[in-house]
Each structure stands twice: as C-alpha cells, then as structure tokens.
Write a protein that binds this ligand. Structure first.
Ligand code: SF4
Length: 64
C-alpha cells in the first residue's frame, strides 16, 4: 500500500492533484480537498505526478 499525507496547512485547494489522481483526491462541494490516506501500489505513478504538480509541495507519499 501507499500512504498519502497532505499538509492541510500548506494546501490551498487548487485541485491540480485531483486531475492527476482523481481516485484519491477530490474537491468537495465547498472546493475543499478530501483525499484517501491509502492507495494500492499500482497508483504510485499517478500519486507521484500529483505530488510533483502540487504548487504548495503539500503532498507526501510513502510505501508502507
Ligand atoms: S495540488 Fe496541492 S495545494 Fe492543490 S489541492 Fe492538491 S494538495 Fe492542495
């Protein structure tokens, strides 16, 4: 499994991560980011892309 952590003090809810990995990240009806804390290993590339694209560098992913 891959563990996902978003520093919500940094996140500005821009939503770029949502485009890269919509299975994990999504914006709620108030445009606030929601995300899953775990995802299967097959999603690593998408999650790395989401972490790379985040303008706030708020996303941390780790294998666990
Ligand atoms: S790309 Fe980064 S700043 Fe934007 S919503 Fe996702 S985690 Fe938050």
């Amino acid at each position: 499994m891959i563990r996902i952590d978003v520093d919500m003090n940094k996140c500005q809810h821009y939503g770029q991560c949502v485009f890269e990995a919509p299975e994990v990240f999504h914006l709620d009806e108030n445009d606030k980011l929601e995300y899953k804390a775990e995802a299967p290993d097959e999603m690593l590339a998408d999650l790395e892309a989401a972490a790379d694209v985040c303008p706030m560098q708020a996303i941390t992913i780790s294998r666990g």
